[in-house]
Design a protein around this ligand. Sequence first.
Ligand code: PNW
Length: 440
Amino acid sequence: MTISKQDFPANFIFGVATSSYQIEGATREDGRGDSIWDTFCREQGRVSDGTSGDVACDHYHLWESDLDLIKAMGVDAYRFSVAWPRVQPDGKGAINPKGLDFYERLVDGMLERGLKPYLTLYHWDLPQTLQDDGGWVNRETAYRFAEYARVVAERLGERVASYATLNEPWCSSILSYQIGEHAPGLRDRKLALAAAHHLLLGHGEAVAAMRSVVPASDLGIVLNLQPAYPASQAPEDVAAARFADGTFNRWFMDPIFRAEYPQDIWDAYGADVPQVQDGDLVRIAQPIDFLGVNYYSRSVNGASGNVKPDESSYTHMGWEVYPQGLTDLLVRLNEDYTLPPMFITENGAAYPDELQGEGVHDTERVEYFKAHLGAVAQAVKQGVNMGGYFAWSLMDNFEWAWGYSRRFGLIYVDYDSQRRVWKDSARWYRDLLQPVAVAQ
Ligand code: PNW
């Protein structure tokens, strides 16, 4: 399969992505407050290898050479996130100037290198003091988030081409308050649905707060969406897929793009539904400039649970490799909603990489990227308005509940020496993006 830059629109943005807690380290430096992930990592049994983001890729100190690496890959843009507790250690009140200074240096460093900054305001590192007051279950957190968003926008301004409010609110609500795999590690559906509503409200409030501060910047949100297929055409399986789509995708898409929750799921949730105040949904649904889509895999749903097709291949996360799902998802979103341009803000795969001499021969990851970029090109061909694609991730990093045991990077990180080593996938991406088209 051959894929080239010519398969995408002329102004299509290619980039790489990371997030603050996964790469920065320096968790106690320059006045940063604790986040819920600092707390979570200290609790026994939460992270499979018992690690934390205390050091991670030490990007807080190595940011300049990391930006050089990104530049050397030939991408247009870098998607990163701001750690709220660096900027506002308690999540309310006093601002920590040293925190803002760091992100200003980083953004200016990108601009000096001709890289477009794509900033995410919330990639899961909630200040612990806000969690002590209930976290996202507390409606107040939505207003605190908007306040923090305004502070960041006032400082960095329109130097930042694109601001995303939230990364994957499904993860920071359902996975964190209902399934318990992410911080704060609770297991209560009612709390999770309150959290989801307040995350969405926080998104709306933040967009409203930032609009007049950075009128020329694009404002949007990043969702993790997963197309849900039925295991067979049996009515029970079709219903299971519809339910999975509703809880995972429509529960977030419908409020943002239709100012309503999906009725079928609302009914199914019964007494667990969130308290929605007058005006909330209009606030949540105000116009945005882009939708970020994070795509890794699909789900296959049977009446008695999810199914793993035997003939498929799986990544080190156990996630099925299914590029067709990305085309299907984008085409379907484009049909069912009236949308601004979409960006793939994350797509990638973990494999158990091994350093071999001076390289890492991650053939499977290269194939994964080729197939998924091909899937995006297919959607473009079918008329979907796509603005760009960000590979997850620039480099191996702290993979949340999996610690350092799962590697998603284009660049390999030796955590003993902090040495960065180009994997074959990084070289492949660089070659794809070369100004002169080369035969693959
Ligand atoms: C996303 N799930 O996380 C995040 O945005 C990244 O920070 C992360 O490194 C990447 O995907 C790879 O995992 C997810 O369990 C984590 O469904 C877990 C799930 C989905 C997304």
